[in-house]
Design a protein around this ligand. Structure first.
Ligand SMILES: Cc1cc2nc3c(=O)[nH]c(=O)nc-3n(C[C@H](O)[C@H](O)[C@H](O)COP(=O)(O)OP(=O)(O)OC[C@H]3O[C@@H](n4cnc5c(N)ncnc54)[C@H](O)[C@@H]3O)c2cc1C
Length: 603
């Protein structure tokens, strides 16, 4: 067993490492800096050194990055974060630290093994001279003096709102006003970047309102906060969809966002010479052209339905729709309902249909990973996002950074033991599921739900009750691929005929670069390539290894085009780095991108 070191010794080890590291960087010596890392090291940088989101693996990659970036980054001030005592367990020392670059201030996290750095996270937290005005620097809100030309907050807001997009062009246009678009909009506002958010729907939150009636967030409240404005502590653990929609709507007001509802972006083209986009929008049915310098597609990772094209769909006489268009169970009482698919939406919809006395069959086409919500909360998320974590002093921001500190290449190694525990705890549940014929998996390497999400964004269900309905036969289970539909049935490849009044295609969503094809051109969509996935060479995440989520929150192969989205946690956390990248460009800072990702897959 490894002995635990006294805390003064642990802190001295970290201080010693930071000081040697700082000296090597100050001396402009990439080789000396790289020698302070273990052979199997990782350095994940969120914008602070590379103006990119990238992970460097191994000493040569670190030395190469430093050789290119050190002269302009000029890092310094490496010090353990005040109030954050380094800790040692199992031979690994973990510590939080602060640092500066020529243009900004950053936060970081490191793990040391035998005095050398195994994992390093560096993140840009703010830009010097462009800090957010909060706490001691918050705006006063009023001038306490006599001023006949005084204007009120409301007058200023109205003037801004009526001029932006008409007499003044926004620097950033965000297409899509879901949680991603408005969270980024809030950050840009605090950074004083003129931005407009457009959404074709009528009210912020409508994307949640339009989803099936029974939907509640599958993630718990501690994981779901928006930037700046936390849910109050009476907020339910799992937000019902209409409640989260109302929260988002209120958020756009409280954060003073320039949010244009009923506004659809219909086309966009980039003028390289002018460095501006020409974006055609229809606002309340009226055409208008916007000329932002930066275009962000926050149009949703779960926004482009992947609707299959089975023979006979045109002859089917019942109701049929993609899960995203499912109205809820009300009108299907007593009807025969066939749901194609066996992931989150499929289970939620099957469960609600069964509760409404429908006759429900789920068609499982490939294996699915299921984890029970309570178990996931306890074992998977509890340490970082839970009431206990909050009580122990864990903040949302710290939890986000800790999660970000684990390099994707080895994240599965951290996850596998957790899923082993989950399997053990719920063995009886999995036995029942499998006995019912459900084809269950734990991910290609046993690493479970998060890795499936990061790699392919699909293939799992967080069980909030519907799995039992499959296990006990309340929801019937069929297996195989769909061959065709008849007027009143779904027919599988093995000839099984499933009579149906309703068919729901819970068949997932398409890659976000499809939005670029729709709005800009196929050429630009192909130029930037597939969004999402790590290149892990596991099911639905083809290699080569890319090390970060493709195209998300970072520069793409198309200048001035950005993708933003993900779950609530990712949208919150990565919106900071996307906002800082946009602010830096607006402020005219040099932002040379190190390691711009290559394109290996088109969709
Ligand atoms: C059934 C379901 C359950 C989910 N549960 C959870 C959960 O529990 N926890 C979690 O964190 N995540 C969950 N997600 C995933 C994710 O959080 C949601 O999909 C979320 O809505 C994504 O937010 P977003 O802002 O990225 O995109 P969206 O909410 O999809 O918003 C995109 C917006 O873009 C607009 N838009 C698109 N094209 C245009 C255009 N040309 N012009 C103008 N506007 C346009 C759309 O109208 C839409 O409002 C779930 C997703 C689904 C489908």
């Amino acid at each position: 067993m490894t002995e635990t070191l006294p805390s003064t010794e642990v802190a001295a080890g970290v201080t010693g490492w930071l000081s040697a590291f700082g000296d090597a960087l100050a001396a402009g010596d990439p080789a000396a800096a790289a020698a302070l890392f273990t052979e199997d090291c990782f350095w994940r940088d969120l914008v602070s050194f590379t103006w990119n989101i990238t992970t460097l693996e191994g000493r040569p990659a670190i030395a190469a990055m430093l050789a290119e970036t050190l002269p302009r980054v000029q890092p310094g001030g490496w010090a353990i974060t005040a109030g954050e005592e380094p800790a040692e367990a199992g031979g690994v020392t973990e510590a939080w630290f602060d640092f500066e670059t020529a243009v900004g201030r950053g936060r970081g996290h490191l793990r040391l093994r035998d005095g050398l750095c195994w994992t390093l996270l560096t993140t840009l937290d703010e830009l010097k001279g462009h800090e957010e005005r909060r706490g001691p620097t918050r705006p006063k809100g009023v001038e306490h003096r006599a001023d006949p030309a005084r204007t009120t907050w409301l007058e200023d807001r109205e003037q801004e709102a009526s001029g932006l997009g008409v007499t003044e062009q926004p620097y950033v246009l965000i297409v899509g006003g879901g949680q991603a678009g408005i969270g980024l909009g809030a950050r840009l506002r605090q950074l004083r970047v003129p931005a407009i958010i457009v959404d074709k729907r009528s009210r912020p939150g409508d994307q949640w309102r339009s989803r099936y009636k029974s939907l509640c967030l599958h993630d718990p409240v501690w994981y779901d906060h928006m930037p700046y404005l936390k849910f109050p502590d009476h907020w339910p653990v799992f937000s019902p969809k209409d409640k989260i929609a109302d929260w988002l709507e209120s958020y756009t007001k409280i954060m003073e966002l320039n949010y244009w509802p009923d506004t659809e972006a219909t086309s966009a083209a980039y003028d390289e010479e002018a460095g501006r986009w020409t974006v055609a929008v229809e606002r309340d049915g009226e055409p208008l052209v916007l000329r932002p310098a930066q275009l962000v597609l926050a149009t949703g990772m779960s926004g482009r339905p992947n609707l299959p094209d089975f023979p006979g769909m045109d002859t089917f006489r019942g109701d049929q729709h993609h899960s995203s268009a499912h109205p809820g169970p009300g009108r299907y009482r007593g009807k025969r309902c066939v749901v194609i698919g066996s992931n989150n939406s499929a289970f939620d919809i099957c469960g609600a249909l069964w509760e409404n006395a429908a006759d429900v069959t789920m068609v499982q086409r490939s294996s699915t990973h299921i984890v029970r919500s309570a178990t996931l909360m306890d074992i998977g998320l509890g340490g970082l996002y839970s009431e206990e974590a909050v009580a122990s002093g864990m903040t949302t921001e710290k939890a986000d950074l800790l999660f970000a500190s684990i390099p994707y290449r080895i994240m599965h190694l951290f996850q596998i033991p957790l899923y082993d525990q989950m399997r053990e705890r719920d063995q009886e549940f999995y036995d029942r599921l499998e006995a019912a014929g459900f084809d269950h998996d734990w991910g290609d390497d046993g690493s479970g739900l998060f890795m499936k999400y990061l790699r392919r964004g699909s293939g799992y269900y967080i069980d909030v009750g519907a799995a039992d309905m499959v296990a006990n036969g309340d929801v019937a289970l069929a297996h195989g691929q769909v061959d065709h539909l008849t007027e009143d049935a779904v027919v599988l490849e093995d000839g099984t005929k499933l009579p149906a009044d309703l068919v729901v295609y819970a068949t997932g969503y398409q890659s976000m670069n499809g939005w670029a094809a729709e709005l800009i051109s196929q050429e630009v969509a192909d130029k930037v390539g597939k969004c999402w996935g790590l290149g892990s060479d596991t099911t639905k995440d083809p290699g080569p290894w890319e090390g970060e989520q493709r195209n998300m929150w970072k520069p793409t192969q198309q200048e001035a085009l950005w993708f933003h989205g993900g779950n609530l946690h990712q949208s919150r956390h990565y919106s900071l780095y996307l906002a800082l990248q946009l602010k830096a460009r607006q402020a005219g800072l040099a932002t040379p991108v190190y390691g711009l990702q290559e394109v290996h897959h088109l969709r």
